[in-house]
Design a protein around this ligand. Structure first.
Ligand SMILES: O=C(O)[C@@H](O)[C@@H](O)[C@H](O)[C@H](O)CO
Ligand SMILES: [Mg+2]
Length: 403
């Protein structure tokens, strides 16, 4: 049996902070797992180093399920983004090792390919509607079949999803949280205009997505969903904060626009009622924050029973290790919907050499045994950790709001 003899946490910051777990077995086989939790990276690093790694040494690396259960039930304090990101990193690294030892890409261990490739969506954003549509046309020209569109809001200095440099969006932008200001009614006026202009420019053969990013009440989300129905959005994401899963009932009463939620979910329990009551159409949970491949498969299996599809989160703060693992999952899962692909920078890609490829609006994890991704430890050493927080959001009267 491949015995775990060591494991280490590698923190590197090629443009943004990443936390990677690397596990090594007695025969020299290694596996990697993403443990990055944007804005709280060191908490997961410590959880792994101080509370998980000592319990891994000497265990059989093939026993993925047993180790998962040991770390989940053994913590006593179950669930939460820190715990489940740490468990995810271990799980992902063990699937990587299992694939390498079997000489198979992980998707083959998950039941093989259910499709030829994985449709992805890119992020078109701009300060104005015109700017956003121009970038969306560029994505369409690159072959993307699905494009997220986010534009600035007249009268507001900033809004979610609009970056200074268009193609790379990194919201964790300061040593202490940047304070943004928000106005819902101004936002709700511009989004239908954006979709109208986008449909006129791009036509109907491209999927258009939008991320509300937890900023509307259920009835406001119902209103926006209804306003957008003529433009057929592929989904409206994070329409309202989802701690109260029941809130989505009110949105469903008012609009047929498909709903996606779950990038901040970290276990099946966060999504159970949403899925069982068919209150959503896509589940966004992904490998790094929802307990790894093992737990994400459970979430997808429950979703499949209710015709809910997967739509894994894939922002730049999820490392190429998570992207690789997600693509193996996406290729095999029966109820695949779409994969977010917010390209990493060239310096990040250099630190994380990978086998996955993009062509014509779709991706493939490649045929390398395991996940087909690694971390170049020498390169990684050259990028010091830089504390960076996600912004916070206030209403114009100063009330603390959702970012
Ligand atoms: O859908 C998305 O990609 C966003 O919600 C993310 O950009 C999210 O804001 C970041 O991952 C937070 O770190
Ligand atoms: Mg989102």
């Amino acid at each position: 049996m491949p015995k775990i003899v060591s494991a280490k946490v590698i923190i590197t910051s090629p443009g943004r902070n990443f936390v990677t777990l690397k596990i090594e077995c007695d025969d020299g086989t290694t596996g990697v797992g993403d443990a990055t939790l944007n804005g709280r990276e060191l908490s997961v690093a410590s959880y792994l180093t101080d509370h998980v790694i000592p319990c891994l040494i000497g265990r059989d690396a093939h026993r993925i399920e047993d180790i998962w259960q040991y770390l989940y039930k053994g913590a006593y304090w179950r669930r939460g983004p820190v715990t489940m990101s740490a468990i995810a990193a271990v799980d992902t690294a063990l699937w990587d090792i299992k694939g390498k030892l079997a000489g198979l890409p992980v998707y083959q261990l998950l039941g093989g390919a259910s499709r030829e490739s994985v449709m992805v969506y890119g992020h078109a954003n701009g300060t104005t509607i015109e700017d956003t549509v121009k970038v969306a046309l560029d994505y369409q020209a690159q072959g993307y079949k699905a494009i997220r569109i986010q534009c600035g809001v007249p009268g507001m200095a900033s809004t979610y999803g609009v970056s200074k440099d268009k193609y790379f969006y990194e919201p964790a932008d300061a040593d202490l949280p940047t304070e943004n200001v928000w106005n819902t009614s101004k936002y709700m006026r511009v989004v239908p205009e954006l979709f109208k202009a986008a449909r006129e420019a791009l036509g109907w053969d491209v999927h258009l997505l939008h991320d509300i990013h937890h900023r509307l009440t259920p009835i406001e989300a119902g209103r926006l969903g209804k306003d957008l129905e003529p433009y057929r959005p592929f989904w409206l994401e994070d329409a309202t904060p989802a701690e109260n899963q029941e809130a989505f009932k009110l949105i469903r009463q008012h609009t047929t626009t498909p709903l996606a939620v779950g990038e901040i979910f970290n276990s099946i329990w966060d999504a159970k009622d949403l899925i069982e009551n068919q209150l959503i159409d896509y589940i966004r949970a992904t490998v790094v924050h929802a307990g790894g491949i093992t737990h994400l498969r459970r979430i997808a299996a429950l979703a499949d029973m209710y015709q809910v599809k997967t739509g894994c989160h894939g922002a730049t703060d999820l490392s190429p290790v998570c992207m690789a693992a997600a693509l193996h999952f996406d290729l095999s899962v029966p109820n695949f919907g779409v994969q977010e692909y917010m390209r990493h920078t060239p310096e990040t890609d250099a630190v994380f050499p990978h086998a996955y490829t993009f062509a014509n609006g779709a991706m493939h994890p490649g045929e390398a045994p395991g996940l087909g991704v690694d971390i170049d430890e020498d390169l990684a050493k050259g990028y010091e950790y830089n504390r960076a927080f996600l912004p916070v959001n206030r209403l114009e009267d100063g009330t603390m709001f959702n970012w």
